[in-house]
Every structure is written in C-alpha cells, then in structure tokens.
Design a protein around this ligand. Structure first.
Ligand code: ZN
Length: 360
C-alpha cells in the first residue's frame, strides 16, 4: 500500500477512467481516498460526490468543488470491418487525437485497448499534410477485422473512450504529467485538505464536492450550490499558463510553480462574452489568506474556459463564487501537466482560506 501523499492521491485519481457522463470509476477512487476524512457523505442524482466535514459552526458552509470528469470520446458507430468511429466529448484540439493509445470502457466496465489509426505519411498528399484531421474522421483500431469481433469485445455505440496513459513525474522533478490532471489535480487537493484537517475542527463546515459533467457545460454548478446552500462556492480547477514557447504573456500571464491562480473572472465558454465577475470581497479574502501565510499566488484573468463556480454563482438565490486554480500546461490534451509546488500551495491556500473564514 502506497503512502497517502498528495502525489500518490493525484496519480490514483488521474489514472482512473472518468469521461464526462461516466464518472463512476473516478468517483470510487475519490471515495476510497476520502475514507475516514469526513463526517457525512452524499451522492446526488447526477453522480456528484459530497464529503462534508462539520465545523464548530454547522451553518457556516464553504463548498469547494473539483470536477471528476475528463474530456474524451463516445462511440457513435462500428464499421463492418471492425473499426470504431467516435465523436468528441468536451472541448478538444483535433490535432492530439491521432495515433494515440486509447481505452474504451464497455457496459460491464471492461477496459478495451485500441489505437487511433491514420494514413501513413508515405502516401499522404500535400493537401493531407497541410490539414488537421478532424476527430469525426478518425477511427479506433481494436485489432479486430469485423463488427462481430469488435462487438465480441463488448464494445457498443455509446461507450466512452479516453487516452490510455499512465501519469508520472517527469525525470524526478516537480512536473507531473497525466491524461486528466484537469481536474483530478483539484480532486487531489480536496482530499489533501481534509487529510490535513483530520482530528481538528475549524469554525466553518467544509464541503468537498467531486462534480460530474463539467467539461460538457459546467452542469453541476447549480445543483451542488442548491443542494448545500453554502456561504461560498470555490472551484478548485486547472488553469492555463503561458510559460511555454509560442504563447504571449499578455494572453496568459500565469506560470508554473508560481502558486495557485486567484480567479477574478470566470468566463463562460458557451455564451462567450459573459461569466462570473468574482466579488471583490471574495478575491480579497483569498488573497489575504495567501499573504498572511506567505503562500505565493497569481492574479488570474483569462478567457477560454470557465468553472463550476460560475454556474453556481447565478443559480437559486445566487451564491458568492470564485476560484483557486492550479496552473497547468497542455490542458485538454493527453499530456496535461501540473507542478507539485503549485499543488502544495493550492492545498495550503485552500486550507488557510477555510481556517480564517469568518463570513463575508
Ligand atoms: Zn477543468
């Protein structure tokens, strides 16, 4: 049995299957990691997982959410010659789906291996070389040569697919890379925060929620807020960094290893020009907790992605909502990467914010 560390927890969660709409495997891993760390547990109809740790004040509730789901694909057709056709689930970059190892999760939970094939470079035309192959034009090769053989493996229309990639630490340094660090990194932070609160009781009640279907439209934000009616909702989610070649700092100013991002604006990718302007009293309280405890942080204003907190903000009677975000590279690809110092500082900031919370 591996020691309960932030890194091991991240690995266990990251390696679990959990394409939006089928988060049962990752939810089971999260429940295992959370064992003994909470007072009450609940699952809602969508499948979000709630872990409640009562504070001295039961009525003062802070809800932290991290989404369990990952982007992936869904089988939409099986060809007569056995190849599997699929559609994207969540927001993808078509460039990264070609020539990959994949896993299909069948109805009975079996994980079937496959590879996304493409035309070899030798016979590609000049035009082929210029254009990106669309996900809809790709196919999955399961090593079968007929529909019957593919179906004999248990694969059916509607099964979900994700990348077959085990996460690991790059060359013994501080960068961890895995298929679903967005947002298993946030899930791991939730576990670690409760671990550090084990045997202590702080003032507010802490509710950690592993949410479902964030990648297909931040669907759990409203339900989780309405179910728990907390004082504050804070998303612990991944965010973009600009410290790689090809990105201008003005587009994306956060960098790896410089601390969690404190969200000032939570953008809505569906509606585009709208989102949640995080209330200043909330950003101030988070930043106060960082500064009083010497925790590095980055001020975050980016577009291009939102969190469950924005959809929570304007639901029901409305909620104070914001985000403490984990800097990541290569988001929404199979090689997402986070920095373990950022993970540690996200845990610390979440913890200190909760400990110092006196109401807003
Ligand atoms: Zn995310």
């Amino acid at each position: 049995m591996k020691e309960n560390t932030l890194l091991n927890t991240l690995m266990n969660l990251d390696n679990a299957f959990g394409v939006s709409g089928d988060e049962t495997d990752v939810a089971a891993v999260l429940r295992k990691e959370m064992e003994g760390l909470y007072d009450e547990y609940m699952e809602d109809a969508l499948g979000s997982q709630y872990f409640i740790k009562y504070g001295k004040n039961r009525e003062q509730k802070i809800l932290f959410s991290a989404h369990m789901d990952e982007i992936g694909f869904i089988v939409n057709y099986i060809e007569e010659d056995g190849f599997v056709r699929f559609y994207p689930v969540g927001y993808h970059d078509d460039r990264m789906a070609v020539n990959q190892d994949m896993i299909v999760k069948t109805e009975d939970g079996t994980l079937v291996r496959g590879i996304t094939g493409s035309k070899p470079a030798h016979i590609m035309t000049e035009e082929d070389h210029e254009k990106v192959q669309k996900i809809e034009d790709l196919f999955l090769d399961l090593g079968t040569q007929s529909r019957e053989e593919t179906e004999a493996l248990g694969v059916r229309i509607g099964d979900y697919i994700t990348f077959a990639r085990e996460g690991y630490v790059l060359n013994g340094g501080k960068f961890y890379t895995g298929k679903s660090v967005d947002d298993r990194a946030g899930c791991a932070v939730m576990v670690e925060v409760l671990r550090r609160l084990k045997d202590t009781q702080i003032d507010p009640t802490i509710i950690m929620v592993g949410t479902v279907q964030e990648e297909v439209g931040m669907r759990a934000g409203g339900p989780i807020a309405n179910n728990m009616e907390p004082d504050v909702v804070i998303a612990l989610d991944g965010t973009l960094t600009g410290d790689v070649p090809g990105i201008e700092a003005r587009q994306c100013s956060e960098a790896m290893g410089k601390g969690p991002g404190v969200k000032f604006y939570d953008w809505d990718p569906i509606l585009g020009a709208t989102g949640n302007n995080v209330p200043r009293k909330l950003t101030r309280a988070i930043i106060d907790a960082a500064e009083k405890n010497g925790i590095p942080y980055q001020r975050e204003v980016i577009t291009g992605g939102g969190t469950d907190a924005w959809s929570a903000a304007m639901t029901g009677r409305s909620y104070l909502a914001g985000g403490i975000c984990i800097p990541a590279r290569y988001m929404h690809t199979a090689v997402g990467t986070v920095h373990m110092d950022d993970m540690e500082n996200t845990v610390k900031l979440t913890l200190e914010f909760a400990k110092s919370y006196k109401g807003l």
